[in-house]
Write a protein that binds this ligand. Structure first.
Ligand code: PAF
Length: 300
């Protein structure tokens, strides 16, 4: 694995592979990350390998997607350990740029330039759920993802399904800005407790980890209510919420059902596949998760 940090080194590393005999049409798969890697990220790398000959992983903690008072400064930065696990997982190129490589004209200028590109604005969807709790987060996320796509120029890009709203917005942005790029959705990887893997799980001590495990259990209660007992959407949400009532240490922000094709709330006339979203704060750590649920009439 080559580790590179500038745009020129990145292009050279990719071209070097393409120049090998018989590699002219080599496909590139890209896994953007903010580092602090866990098994969920490594599953993205494995997925990337299934689609392409060359796997590029980026590690960049993007200042634009953190709001005031969020954890940008204390976000775990573990480059050496991350490089070792990526090498073992079979990544070909690790791109670990500095802020001035990603935003050569500065962070403010990048923000202003993105504001002038409607496709890089997260719009109404970007102001709901995670966007409501983290104003500006999704615009900053789209800005860096588009910039990284421009730098890496991949054929495939792999994202985890845990960040469902992020994935929805990236797919929408890529459809117009990068029409030849295939966005691949990788399933959520979970701890044995059911807790969705996340870099922020490192902030949790043993007691908090146990509380955090209740989020996925609540989602599963909602799923069973709908798929086993025939509950309509509002009752499935109530069942999931009730599961968390005995867990006051998990401060629920939202628990809601959306249509994955629009990311809008569904009502009780909805049938088909919905996405149940949850966000809660455990200690000082914000956690999110989701689960698909099939709603079929007649409801019980
Ligand atoms: O999901 C993440 O880790 C980040 O939001 C991403 C996609 C790497 C952009 O900074």
């Amino acid at each position: 694995m080559q580790t590179v940090s500038t745009a020129a080194e990145l292009t050279a590393a990719i071209d070097e592979e393409r120049d090998l005999p018989g590699c002219a049409g080599l496909k590139v798969a890209f896994v953007p990350t903010m580092g602090a890697l866990h098994d969920g990220h490594l599953s993205l790398v494995r997925q990337a390998r299934e689609y392409a000959d060359l796997v590029v992983v980026s590690i960049f903690v993007n200042p634009l997607q953190f709001g005031a008072g969020e954890d940008f400064d204390k976000y775990p930065r573990t480059l050496e350990a991350d490089a070792a696990v990526l090498e073992a997982a079979g990544a070909d190129v690790l791109f670990a740029p500095t802020v001035d490589v990603v935003y050569p004209d500065g962070v403010e200028a990048a923000n202003a330039a993105a504001a002038a590109r409607p496709a890089l604005q997260s719009g109404a969807v970007g102001k709901t759920f995670e966007g409501a709790a983290r104003p500006g987060h999704f615009d900053g996320m789209l800005t860096v993802v588009a910039r990284l796509f421009e730098l890496v120029n991949p054929d495939f890009a792999v994202f985890g399904a845990k960040d469902a709203q992020q994935l929805f917005l990236i797919k929408r942005m890529a459809a117009t800005e990068f029409p030849d790029l295939h966005i691949i959705e990788a399933p959520i990887v979970r701890e044995t407790s059911g807790l969705a893997m996340s870099s922020r799980n490192r902030y949790l001590d043993a007691a908090a980890l146990e509380v955090a495990g209740q989020l996925s259990k609540a989602l599963n209660v909602g799923k069973a209510a709908a798929e086993t007992l025939g509950a309509k959407p509002s009752l499935a949400v109530n069942a999931a919420r009730a599961r968390l009532e005995g867990v006051p240490e998990a401060k629920l922000d939202y628990l809601a059902l959306v249509d994955p094709s629009s990311f809008e709330l569904i009502d009780d006339s909805f049938t088909g596949r919905a996405l149940m979203l949850i966000a809660a704060v455990v200690g000082n750590t914000r956690l999110i998760d989701n689960l698909t649920i099939d709603f079929q009439e007649p409801f019980a």
